[in-house]
Design a binder for this molecule. Structure first.
Ligand SMILES: Nc1ncnc2c1ncn2[C@@H]1O[C@H](COP(=O)(O)OP(=O)(O)O)[C@@H](O)[C@H]1O
Ligand SMILES: [Mg+2]
Length: 399
């Protein structure tokens, strides 16, 4: 069947759509036999993908909706339906450009709030997550069933509701001989560690910290541009090591996985503090330092985990990092990350080399998750989210 995945991440830069042909693998021994004990192997082929940028107006409205002190309930309700329309437009355009008919949609939606860890609220401990973008609108416009709202079921099972991409990472990138770290750099940076020959219950996945979020915010503030195209501004600046050193001592970076991050951790307040600690620096140095923060926090996460694992084994656990997400287009970030990884003995590769364009990866993941749900199969990876059990994710809207 042809499944469309729709992703719009915390960067609020736009919508990524991927059309994926998914079928069962006729040879059951060639795939993972037990993903959560029930999933069956399948094969997929990317038939097309596209990226649609949000207008400045829409991006501003989304960012305002993520800001509790600015958001109004009528605007939130309307934004939900507006995003449903924008996702539908993106799907219909991609469908007609590819001359295909979509059978099923998996839509992540726009996260407005995510708190994976239960906290005391009105006398009771609760976690919470909220993805908006009305699926009933998409089902009606596209004329196909839509799976949406993937995260709450994992939280209900005791997990953090994130990350959900490890299933795809495992299906695509596991290797019998090479230990791989699959790293996505969106607004937030997250990784999946897949030791060589590992079964799904051996995966470790978590958010490493900021991806492009801090870089985007300081570039917007200091240069009036939504992001540092190609990493050119950062390339002309000088990294302030002492600022990074100080930040990496913060609680988030020291916490053990499972852990997730969002604008709650690395949004406006973090950026204000970051700018304060860069006081006296040139503007380009601030962007360079934000860029280095992403590269070094990723390397620090990898190092912490490998050191813990290396105490048991002599062989290096990981050989390669496979990069995806918008951050892969930031040449300065990529070069800083490459330098850090070389020090750890890891080779940096790109998901594009594996036939998966870096911008399409997360959209493909939500197509695969939708396919799982449509077949009533679980797709969270408990070792990644911290859930007590594997579970079927999402809700279905019929056209
Ligand atoms: N050409 C580019 N040069 C530098 N950075 C880029 C480029 N293209 C995209 N990006 C960065 O990637 C971000 C979007 O990445 P994406 O993977 O879509 O994140 P998210 O999932 O959070 O939406 C942009 O906000 C920007 O920071
Ligand atoms: Mg995006």
């Amino acid at each position: 069947m042809i499944v469309a995945g729709v992703m719009s991440g915390t960067s609020a830069d736009g919508v990524n759509v991927a059309l994926v042909q998914i079928s069962e693998d006729p040879n059951p021994l060639s795939g993972p036999r037990s993903m959560g004990g029930q999933a069956r192997p399948h094969r997929f082929k990317l038939l097309g993908h596209a990226e649609y940028s949000h207008s400045k107006k829409v991006r501003t409205a989304i960012l305002a909706a993520m800001n509790a002190s600015q958001a109004s309930v009528p605007d939130l309700a309307r934004l939900n339906f507006l995003l449903g329309e924008l996702y539908s437009d993106a799907l219909l355009t991609t469908q007609s450009q590819c001359k295909l008919k979509i059978d099923l949609v998996g839509c992540h939606g726009q996260t407005l709030y995510h708190q994976g860890e239960p906290q005391l609220f009105l006398g009771r401990k609760v976690a919470g997550t909220w993805q908006t973008g009305e699926a009933a609108i998409i089902a009606a416009r596209v004329g196909a069933p839509v799976i949406s709202d993937f995260r709450p079921a994992d939280i209900a099972a005791g997990g953090h509701g994130a990350p959900l991409v490890p299933l795809l990472d495992y299906l695509l990138f596991r290797d019998a001989r090479l230990g791989r770290i699959v790293q996505n750099i969106g607004g937030i940076a997250n990784l999946t560690m897949i030791p060589a020959g590992a079964s799904p219950d051996k995966l470790v996945a978590f958010d490493t910290g900021p991806g492009n979020m801090v870089i985007d915010a300081v570039t917007e503030k200091l240069f009036g541009q939504p992001f540092d195209r190609g990493g050119r501004i950062a390339a002309s600046g000088e990294v302030k090591d002492e600022v990074i050193h100080e930040i990496l001592r913060q609680k988030f970076f020291r916490r053990k996985p499972p852990k997730t991050a969002g604008r709650e951790e690395f949004g406006r307040e973090f950026v204000d503090e970051f700018l304060k600690s860069c006081k006296g620096c040139r503007n380009q140095d601030v962007v360079a330092t934000a860029t280095a923060l992403t590269a070094r926090s990723i390397a620090a996460a990898v190092q912490q985990y490998s050191e813990r694992s290396l105490s048991n084994k002599r062989q290096p656990l990981f050989h390669e990092m496979i990069l995806s997400g918008g951050g892969a287009k930031n040449a300065t970030l990529v070069s800083m990350l490459g330098g850090q990884l070389a020090r750890l003995g890891l080779r940096l590769r790109f998901s594009d080399e594996f036939g998966l364009p870096s911008a399409a990866k997360e959209a493909v993941a939500f197509a695969v998750l939708a396919y799982q749900t449509w077949h009533r199969r679980p797709s969270n990876v408990p070792s990644a989210t911290g859930a007590k059990r594997s579970t079927v994710l999402g809700k279905i809207s019929y056209p």
